[in-house]
Design a protein around this ligand. Structure first.
Ligand code: OAD
Length: 272
């Protein structure tokens, strides 16, 4: 641990101890050490595949049947299939576990995560809002009702191609609407109940941990800015600088699989 790193950790501890309601905005960097690639930067999914265009959601709504047929075909897009397989096998790392400890000790009140991998829950955290949805679920585009994705996949796995096509797109058990993966597409509004929770949490907060996110995607990136505008604090945890480094009160550089556990240790929570 070098001197600057220690000073930054101490500064973060001081900010957290003086804050009333600490929340976190989490991004793909947290899960990098669980083997899940980030989106941007070296080896990122969008770096390799290109970012989906803004009409991704419009294209889904225009023809959900064709979209689902393509989506369930593992051969169509090997990069996408590989990404999904990696997520399905991933385990939480020390960073997820340290966030759980912060929540368990009453320090971290809520996490707004942009990750769709479910690893916060696997680590034991409870107070989570998945702003970009979850890979584990499918969701009705009309009433926002969710069901597990595996239930859909296992119910259609043994069907013939013709039977499968008849069943797609899956329809909502509650309102009959069209179901889509819960993960939010480009051009798709954040489901209103989810956005509402993020707004409520941001309003309550006077300190936000910005964990492993490039803070380039909105509305998520607006939450730290809003807290800062109200006089709150931003603690950035990221090996690299981001678009919000300049307005952060302190930046702790390094992989979050080691920096968050270091922060927990420094806060003394491990002795509780
Ligand atoms: P990005 O890929 O944009 O940024 C990942 C961040 O993780 C970068 O700032 C890296 O410096 C940092 N990082 C890399 N390795 C790390 C490590 N070991 N520990 C900690 N941080 C590390 O990912 P997000 O900010 O999550 O949305 O991207 C936001 C959204 O853009 C995603 O939720 C996704 C994407 O489009 C949708 O698909 C809707």
């Amino acid at each position: 641990m070098n001197g600057t790193y220690k000073i930054h950790l101490a500064k973060a501890v001081n900010i957290i101890q003086k804050s009333n309601y600490v929340i976190a905005l989490v991004g793909a960097g947290l899960s990098a050490e669980s083997g899940i690639p980030t989106f941007r930067g070296k080896g990122g999914l969008w770096t390799k595949k290109g970012e989906p265009g803004p009409s991704q959601y419009r294209n889904f709504v225009k023809d959900p049947k064709s979209w689902w047929i393509n989506n369930l075909d593992e051969q169509q897009d090997p990069e996408r299939t590989n990404f999904r397989n990696v997520i399905d096998k991933a385990k939480p790392n020390q960073g997820h576990l340290a966030l759980y400890e912060l929540e368990h000790d009453g320090i971290l009140k809520h996490q707004i995560t942009q990750n769709v991998d479910g690893l916060h829950f696997a680590a034991g955290s409870i107070n989570i809002t998945e702003i970009h949805g979850s890979r584990a679920n499918i969701r009705c585009i009309s009433c926002e009702f969710k069901t597990p994705r595996v239930a859909l996949e296992s119910s259609i796995a043994k069907l013939s191609y013709t039977e499968k096509i008849k069943l797609l797109p899956p329809s909502c058990h509650r309102c009959g609407g069209v179901m889509k993966p819960d993960t939010v597409m480009f051009g798709e509004p954040i489901p209103s109940s989810v956005l509402e929770e993020c707004v409520v949490q941001t309003k309550k907060s006077d300190c936000i941990l910005m964990v492993g996110t490039s803070a380039t995607v909105y509305p998520a990136a607006s939450f730290p800015q809003e807290i800062k505008t109200r006089g709150g604090k931003i603690i950035e945890l990221n090996p690299s600088s981001t678009s919000l480094s300049e307005i952060s009160d302190v930046s702790i550089r390094g992989s979050t699989s080691s920096t968050i556990p270091d922060l927990v240790k420094k806060l003394g929570t491990q002795q509780h």
